[in-house]
Design a protein around this ligand. Structure first.
Ligand SMILES: [Zn+2]
Length: 296
C-alpha cells in the first residue's frame, strides 16, 4: 500500500505474510446467503466462493506505522521470525518483515513507540528478535506499550492459551527485562491528548484486554481496530463469534458498536488482517455493513 496522509499523520503498511484457513473453522455458522452477499462487494476468487465449505479466510498479517510530528509509532508486530510455536503455520518463520519495514523507510532504530492492540502471538512477534540464542528487543530505541488487562491475563499462563503463553515468554518478557516495556491502562494516551493525538480505547472481548488505537491530527480520524474484526465477512455477520474470541458475546457487541461508529463518523479504518490495502471505510448496507477499500 502507498502511504496515506491524514492531516499531519502519514500511515504506512508493513506486510509480513498471508495465511489462508478454512472459513468455517474461523466463523462457524456462515451461510451461502452470507457468501453471496459478501461477493457483491468483496470479489476475491482465490478465497471466497458461494459455498462456505469451499471458502477460506485469508488473513494478511501486517503492521501499521504512523509518522506524526517527528514521532514514529509501530502498531502490532506480527508473528516474528524463528519463534517456536504450537501452530505449525507460524512456527520457525523466516519472513522478510524487517526488509519490508526498511522498504517503507524505517530502520528498527527509528521506531519510538511500539503499541500492541492485544497480546496474541500474531501481534507481538517482532517485539523481539533472536540474537546469539537470546531474545532481544527488535526496536532498541522504542518504548513498548502493553495493556494491563491482557498483560495480567497472559502472565498467569491460562489454560487453553498455550500458543499465546509461548509468545508472552519470548516476545513480552524480554522487552520488560530490558526495561523498555510499559504496562498501561485501556485509555492510555501515547501522544498529545485524547481527540488530538494517539490513544487507546478499550475493545475487550476478542482477548480479555484488547484495545483499539485511535489517532487524529488535523485530519479525519483513524482507527486501528486490531482484531475486533478479522475479515470482511464479519461486516455482514458481526453477530457470529469468531473462533478465537475469548468472550464471543462481548466480542460481537464490541464488533457491532465499532462498525456503527466507523460508519457514522466516517472513520478511516486500519484492520489488522484485511488483505489488499486493508485501509478503508465502513458503510451501512441494509441491516449490516460493507467495506470500501481506500488507497493503492
Ligand atoms: Zn490477529
Amino acid at each position: 500500500m502507498q502511504p496515506l496522509q491524514l492531516g499531519r499523520m502519514r500511515i504506512h503498511k508493513v506486510h509480513e505474510m498471508d495465511s489462508p484457513v478454512p472459513l468455517l473453522s474461523q466463523l462457524p455458522g456462515a451461510t451461502r446467503e452470507d457468501m453471496l452477499r459478501l461477493m457483491r462487494w468483496y470479489d476475491q476468487p482465490d478465497e471466497i466462493f458461494a459455498d462456505p465449505e469451499a471458502s477460506f479466510m485469508t488473513f494478511s498479517v501486517h503492521s501499521w506505522v504512523i509518522e506524526l510530528d517527528g514521532q514514529t509509532i509501530l502498531i502490532d508486530t506480527c508473528c516474528g521470525n524463528h519463534k517456536d510455536r504450537l501452530v505449525p503455520e507460524v512456527s520457525g518463520l523466516e519472513t522478510r518483515y524487517l526488509e519490508n519495514l526498511r522498504a517503507a523507510g524505517f530502520a528498527p532504530e527509528d521506531i519510538d513507540i511500539v503499541m500492541c492492540t492485544h497480546l496474541h502471538f500474531d501481534h507481538v512477534g517482532w517485539n523481539t528478535r533472536l540474537d546469539n540464542g537470546k531474545w532481544v528487543p527488535t526496536f532498541p530505541n522504542a518504548r513498548y506499550v502493553f495493556g494491563r488487562k491482557d498483560y495480567e491475563y497472559f502472565i498467569a499462563n491460562p489454560e487453553g492459551e498455550e500458543v499465546h503463553a509461548q509468545a508472552f515468554l519470548d516476545s513480552i518478557v524480554p522487552v520488560m527485562e530490558a526495561g523498555q516495556g510499559e504496562i498501561v491502562e485501556a485509555d492510555f494516551c501515547a501522544y498529545r491528548e485524547i481527540g488530538d493525538g494517539i490513544w487507546l480505547e478499550p475493545a475487550f472481548g476478542h482477548s480479555p484486554g484488547c484495545c483499539t488505537v485511535n489517532a487524529k491530527a488535523d485530519g479525519p480520524p483513524a482507527l486501528f481496530w486490531g482484531d475486533v474484526i478479522h475479515h470482511p465477512l464479519m461486516l455482514i455477520r458481526h453477530d457470529l463469534p469468531f473462533a478465537f474470541d475469548s468472550d464471543g458475546k462481548v466480542a460481537c457487541d464490541v464488533r457491532k458498536a465499532t462498525l456503527e461508529r466507523a460508519a457514522e463518523e466516517g472513520v478511516l479504518c486500519f484492520p489488522a488482517h484485511f488483505r489488499r490495502t486493508s485501509a478503508g471505510h465502513v458503510l451501512r448496507d441494509g441491516d449490516a455493513f460493507r467495506y470500501e477499500f481506500v488507497g493503492s
